[in-house]
Design a protein around this ligand. Structure first.
Ligand SMILES: Nc1nc2c(c(=O)[nH]1)N=C([C@H](O)[C@@H](O)CO)CN2
Length: 121
């Protein structure tokens, strides 16, 4: 299965369950694998025939700016829905880390897989 990758994308957003977290912006770090057949783009050397990782990264930054969820679970689930709908992604794996949330850990977070890899991706 082919994938377009976005790794260690740093996002600033309001996120957290505690009152003090509702008043600040915190960093989240996102890893994404987005299933797509890269052969048409490679055959024609044409960006319009693949997933544009720059455009998707920009859309994710905008998503982070416009939401203020309590849980990383909610952020991950809602973002996965958006990516599958807006960019016609048939399958994705999304890892979302919240560095610093647990001082003794390098990061905590969630990983989800959604959708079904289509034939030929
Ligand atoms: N499974 C989760 N556990 C916790 C979350 C979360 O989003 N998902 N969030 C918090 C707090 O916001 C924490 O990050 C503050 O340090 C606690 N547990």
């Amino acid at each position: 299965m082919d994938c377009v990758l976005i790794e260690s994308l740093e996002l600033e957003t309001v996120i957290g369950v505690y009152d003090w977290e509702r008043t600040i912006r915190q960093c989240l770090v996102l890893d994404l694998e987005l299933a797509t057949d890269i052969r048409p783009a490679a055959a024609d050397d044409d960006l319009t025939k693949t997933l544009d990782y720059a455009a998707i990264s920009q859309r994710i930054q905008h998503f982070a700016d416009e939401h203020d969820f309590a849980l990383v679970e909610t952020f991950a689930e809602r973002l996965a829905e958006l990516l599958m709908t807006e960019f016609s992604v048939p399958w994705l794996r999304l890892t979302l880390r919240k560095p610093g949330a647990v001082p003794a850990a390098a990061a905590v977070g969630v990983r989800i897989e959604r959708g079904t890899p289509s034939e030929g991706t």
